[in-house]
Design a protein around this ligand. Structure first.
Ligand code: DQA
Length: 147
């Protein structure tokens, strides 16, 4: 079964209580459970990982390459706008990835409109809340069919 790693960056562990008007009411556990069951329905082996630490996220990307992961779905959260290290980790693995944001970052502060990932992502999904992760998994399943 194709393996998909879902990576969540800093502060996403606080979903549900963190600025619910911006990020929604669902907790990260809700989102992960939904991704797992949606992935199963699509024939994907989905694993999720969240960290507040840049180094741990880099390590997890490197581990994904060692594990032979087929796709990565990543919400780098605040690291979207700052992390060369995480960008380099993804490019170093050459695993195709989709960038997801819960909020529409383009309708927010100017600093959120710079991403260290978008130019190398297969695609970017933002502004659809937790539904964005499902959409990303749908895209992965469709792309795997056309491979
Ligand atoms: C976010 C948007 C980022 O700008 C922010 O730092 C986050 C979450 C989103 O999902 O909308 O932590 O990635």
């Amino acid at each position: 079964m194709p393996q998909v790693l879902i990576l969540h960056g800093p502060n996403l562990n606080l979903l549900g209580t963190r600025e619910p008007d911006v990020y929604g009411q669902q907790t990260l556990a809700d989102i992960d459970a939904d991704c797992l069951s949606h992935g199963q329905a699509l024939g994907l082996d989905v694993v999720s990982f969240q960290s507040n630490s840049e180094g741990s996220l880099v390590d997890r990307v490197q581990q994904a390459a060692a594990d032979g992961a087929d796709w990565i779905v990543i919400n780098p959260a605040a690291y979207t706008h700052t992390s060369v290290a995480l960008r380099d980790a993804l490019l170093g693995t050459a695993i195709p990835f989709i960038e997801v944001h819960l909020s529409n970052v383009h309708a927010r502060e100017e600093f959120r409109q710079t991403s260290y990932f978008s130019d190398r992502a297969v695609g970017v999904i933002c502004g659809f809340g937790a539904q964005g992760y499902r959409m990303a998994l749908d895209v992965v399943a469709a792309q795997l069919k056309t491979d």
